[in-house]
Design a protein around this ligand. Structure first.
Ligand SMILES: C[S@@+](CC[C@H](N)C(=O)[O-])C[C@H]1O[C@@H](n2cnc3c(N)ncnc32)[C@H](O)[C@@H]1O
Length: 463
């Protein structure tokens, strides 16, 4: 078997990234856009780290029925890879992938709870980041990334994951940017101006925040562009900012913000609570699914009564504020100062007085908390980024030794690795539940509930 050949394969399982996986002549073949049960003729496009990557030429037999995707960009776009699958099949695949991540590490929760579906299957995202690029003729493009091509953008007609207002705003920016002839930032030469457009739209209030990320500002040309866009679609925009990002990293954050319209914040409603969100603070991207997730966390913990809760990776206070009503106190830890400002404001906005928030990195603060408040926390909740919990933070959590630990994760692989460490340190996995927040993608949240067992010693073995 070699690169360039066509072979017929049977897809047996999924990779953790959500591609189909087949074995032929003892070699693994990763086949994007295939699912278990598929029999397909594939073209062996390349070989990487001992595995072939195949492209489906002909789907001979479908393991799951395929449907016409709603989006014209399906296949090209790096976003919705599963839009041609029925939503019930998507949920089944996600459940299997998450169970697999646990099983292959011999992790056995006492109970697996069924996946919680997203309340909305389309138009569920409250935040989208669009990139500027140029086509071969040098014409400006504004849209999303071509699948697996961090440096290629395609012009997006419409995205079915965010609101119609967001599509209109993107369209207006594209037209006015082309008219203004402002240069697109070039990833190789690091010259040019236009970098990203970030649109956030609150599902509960329909308020919209638009942030234009440019390499230089103040700039009269950018001001002229924004005046034209606001004249065109200003009624759809609650607040608008320019973010200046002169650095080389391809991220939509920056070194300075300039307010153009509104007060730089939008208000979202989630689970009956109000959340003010500013440009650099985290808020769960699927508001209605987040409300379900927070309700599940609150259910797991029941009536907390006298419980003191530590909420690690607190963002704008989503978990903290949802648990505050049932707990005696909640301390939230978050590394982004702007998010902590929002979280404090959100507590006040909802008349919640028993939550305090600290700006700190989790891994840096737990030893100090333990020295000051040993055995104070009855419950720790952690909701880290995809990389999982830092090893030092895991050690800190085990040393604090809360009777109950809730781990919310958006990456089953790093979650399972961290659970191995926590299990060995004396925590039992009482239940695990996939919580679906990202329809049409292979991503999924997992909510796990752990209890301190009699084997707990307060230390991670081998440390
Ligand atoms: C997945 S979000 C969870 C936010 C929150 N629990 C919620 O439901 O909205 C992760 C958050 O952790 C923060 N973060 C990332 N690394 C961190 C660290 N080392 N220490 C503290 N916070 C961190 C991010 O800024 C982000 O707000």
């Amino acid at each position: 078997m070699k690169r360039g050949e066509h072979v017929v394969v049977d897809i047996e399982s999924m990779t953790p990234k959500g591609d189909g996986l087949a074995t032929l002549e003892g070699r693994e073949i990763v086949v994007p856009r295939s699912v278990p049960g598929d029999r397909a003729e594939v073209y062996l496009r390349r070989k990487r780290k001992g595995r072939f990557e195949g492209v489906v030429d002909d789907l001979i037999e479908a393991g799951m029925p395929r449907q016409d995707p709603v989006c014209v960009h399906f296949g090209l776009c790096g976003g919705c890879r599963w839009q041609d699958l029925d939503y019930a099949d998507q949920l089944r695949l996600k459940e299997d992938m998450i169970h697999q991540a646990f099983q292959c590490r011999a992790l056995t929760p006492e109970r697996w709870l069924p996946i919680l579906p997203s309340p909305d299957v389309y138009y569920y995202r409250n935040k989208m980041e669009f990139s500027f690029g140029s086509d071969r003729d040098g014409t400006l493009q504004l849209g999303l990334h071509v699948r697996e091509r961090y440096n290629r953008v395609f012009d997006m007609e419409a995205c079915h994951l965010q609101s119609e207002a967001s599509n209109q705003i993107v369209d207006s920016f594209r037209r006015h940017c082309i008219l203004s002839a402002l240069p697109v930032y070039d990833l190789k030469s690091h010259e040019g101006l236009l970098r990203f457009l970030v649109v956030r739209d609150a599902k509960g209030t329909s308020q919209t925040m638009v942030n234009l990320v440019v390499s230089e500002y103040p700039s009269d040309a950018v001001d002229d562009l924004l005046s034209s866009v606001l004249e065109d679609v200003g009624k759809l925009i609650t607040t608008c900012m320019v973010i200046r990002h002169a650095g080389k990293a391809q991220v939509a954050t920056g070194d300075a913000e300039f307010l153009v319209k509104g007060d730089g914040r939008i208000t979202e409603m989630c689970g009956g609570l109000k959340f003010e969100i500013s440009p650099h603070s985290f808020f769960q991207t699927n508001t209605r699914a987040a409300s379900g997730l927070y309700a599940r966390v609150a259910d797991l913990l029941g009536e907390l009564g006298e419980a003191d809760v530590l909420d690690l990776y607190a963002g704008t206070g989503g978990v903290s504020l949802h648990l505050a009503r049932a707990a005696r106190s909640v301390v939230g830890i978050e590394q982004v100062a702007a998010a902590v400002d929002d979280a404090r404001r959100n507590a006040a906005l909802n008349s919640i007085e028993n939550c305090t928030f600290l700006v700190a990195r989790t891994e840096d603060v737990l030893d100090e908390l333990r020295a000051e408040e040993q055995e104070r926390f009855d419950v720790i909740v952690a909701d880290p980024p995809r990389a999982g919990i830092h090893k030092k933070a895991l050690a800190g959590i085990v040393a604090l030794g809360p009777p109950t630990f809730i781990y919310i994760s958006c990456n089953a692989e790093t979650l399972a690795e961290d659970l191995l460490i926590l299990s060995a340190a004396g925590y039992d996995i009482r239940s695990a539940q996939p919580v679906e927040m990202f329809p049409h993608t292979p991503h999924c949240e997992v909510l796990t509930w752990l209890s301190r067992s009699p084997q707990w010693t307060g230390e991670i073995k081998g440390d």
